[in-house]
Write a protein that binds this ligand. Structure first.
Ligand code: AHR
Length: 491
């Protein structure tokens, strides 16, 4: 019998809500059509933002949103996206499909979106093709409350109050699309640029994020921590889950059981990456002041047939939900170092929460996985020990169960469990130390590995109440079906 021992009185640190953050780039139909349709659209909107999408994001308590890129950020000049829309400069989105960007969604629109969702803003600045002055002025424009050229310009453009910028990223992927720099060169650039990200608001300090490594580039982390560690609050890392190789990513829906297990194995590799990057960070920052910011993660498959290859539009199945749940459990378990994570991306791009087609929208299995994790936000991670053996299927070995547990301020213990096996349920005995379970409620997401939602059938995969548990001796006996994610709230 599998066993989970949870020490309800042994807390291990705060699970920052921002671990459940998201990423929205000017890429394909993420911004345009996905969240922003403009005030004149027939699609119900508030100040141009789709009401259906905003409501769905409110429902999962989306805590923080990264914008405007990605690769787009290092070609984005923020002044092109302010002022009257008819006079805003157009540009070519060279990274993503070569389409014309009309800049109708800019700084004011982004903060309006965050206001409607009720989330914090994570802005990524342009290092690759921008200047220190441009970045400095953007920060002044967004956050300075007094009289200054940029604050006055903001007022002239209709926004009297300064906004709160929770996080500011100094460039994106400088080792690639953000300028093809070496770690040493970027570390110097980071030191210079971050100097001019002024903290204008003592009540809303900006958390500065240095652009981090591509997956397992540990040298990058070493150099950044050594040369610039004391000047940053966070250091990022990007890691995408692909089944086999970048050349053989395969379809988001037509895949085999071997592809499924390979994808999950690769998703779990993120834990090794976090451990190894954290170990390097520990050498320079043993107090764990600097956060590891996983600001791009998620699945990357072939684009859906017939769609623009530059738009990265992919469907989303139970396999994606499993990747999300496994990753979120890993982030929870490493909340001492992981302060924020941003899945790529919000709508219509890569591992999206939401897909839209004209006026229609659907929530993906990944969306429902996030919903199951919602109640961990801002809780204390609990010390927990899972005794469960590994299993091997299609030649791939995986843990037969995975979990994280947290304590909410009201005393409720929240547990999220994942059973990755496609053809085997699991029995689990949960023993609670320092607490007796008086009542339990649960929700589950389960289905075939390729189960997904379509615009004609948007509710095929969704969370339903979970009843596969029984109270026993102050603890619990749980039965998890194959390919399932379960959230338990234990009171
Ligand atoms: O999320 C898509 C792209 O992947 C981002 O623009 C870039 O940062 C990464 O390579």
């Amino acid at each position: 019998m599998n066993k989970l021992i949870i020490h309800a009185e042994l807390t291990k640190g705060r699970i920052c809500k921002d671990i459940q953050g998201q990423f929205s780039e000017h890429l394909g139909r993420c911004i345009y059509g996905g969240v922003y349709v403009g005030e004149q659209s027939d699609i119900p909107n508030e100040n141009g933002m789709r009401k259906d999408v905003v409501q769905a994001l409110r429902d999962i308590h989306l805590p923080v949103l990264r914008w405007p890129g990605g690769c787009f950020a290092d070609e984005y000049h923020w002044k092109d996206g302010i002022g009257p829309k008819e006079t805003r400069k157009k540009m070519v989105n060279t990274h993503w499909g070569g389409v014309t960007e009309d800049n109708s969604f800019g700084t004011h629109e982004f903060f309006e979106l965050c206001r409607q969702i009720g989330c914090d803003a994570y802005i990524t600045g342009n290092v690759g093709s921008g200047t220190v002055q441009e970045m400095n002025e953007w920060v002044e424009y967004m956050t300075f409350e007094g009289v200054s050229p940029m604050a006055d310009l903001r007022r002239q453009n209709g926004h009297a109050d300064a906004w709160k910028v929770a996080y500011f990223g100094v460039g994106n992927e400088p080792w690639g699309c953000g300028g093809n720099m070496t770690a040493e060169y970027y570390a110097n650039e980071y030191r210079r640029y971050q100097t001019y990200i002024r903290q204008y608001r003592p009540d809303a300090r900006i958390y500065k994020v240095a652009a981090g490594s591509n997956g397992s580039d540990f040298h990058w982390t070493e150099v950044l921590m050594k040369n610039a560690g004391r000047m940053m609050d966070g250091l990022s890392m990007h890691y995408y889950t692909i089944p086999h190789s970048w050349e053989k990513k395969g379809s988001a829906l037509n895949f085999t059981a071997a592809d499924y297990y390979e994808t999950l194995k690769n998703a779990l590799y993120i834990e090794q990456l976090i451990r190894r990057h954290s170990a390097i960070m520990d050498q320079y920052d043993p107090e764990k002041r600097v956060g590891l910011i996983v600001d791009e993660w998620g699945t990357w498959f072939d684009v859906e047939e017939g769609t623009n290859p530059g738009f990265l539009y992919q469907q989303n199945s139970m396999r994606d939900a499993m990747v999300a749940a496994l990753s979120l459990n890993v982030f929870n378990q490493h909340c001492d170092r992981v302060h924020m994570a941003n899945i790529a991306q919000l709508v219509n791009v890569l591992q999206a929460m939401i897909l839209t087609e004209g006026p229609r929208m659907l929530c993906t299995p990944t969306y429902y996985a996030f919903r199951l994790f919602r109640d961990h936000q801002e809780n204390q991670l609990l010390d927990s020990h899972l005794i469960a053996s590994d299993f091997t299927a299609e030649g791939i070995t995986l843990p037969s169960l995975q979990e994280s547990s947290s304590l909410a301020p009201d005393g409720t213990v929240h547990v999220t469990l994942v059973n990755p096996a496609l053809d085997q349920g699991q029995e689990l005995e949960i023993s609670l130390q320092g607490m007796r379970a008086a009542s339990v409620s649960g929700e589950i997401l389960t289905g075939e590995m390729d189960a997904h939602n379509t615009f004609d059938c948007p509710d095929a995969v969704k969370n339903v109440p979970f009843t596969g548990f029984a109270l026993a001796d102050g603890g619990l006996k749980v039965t998890l079906p194959a390919c399932s994610i379960v959230h338990l709230a234990i009171h």
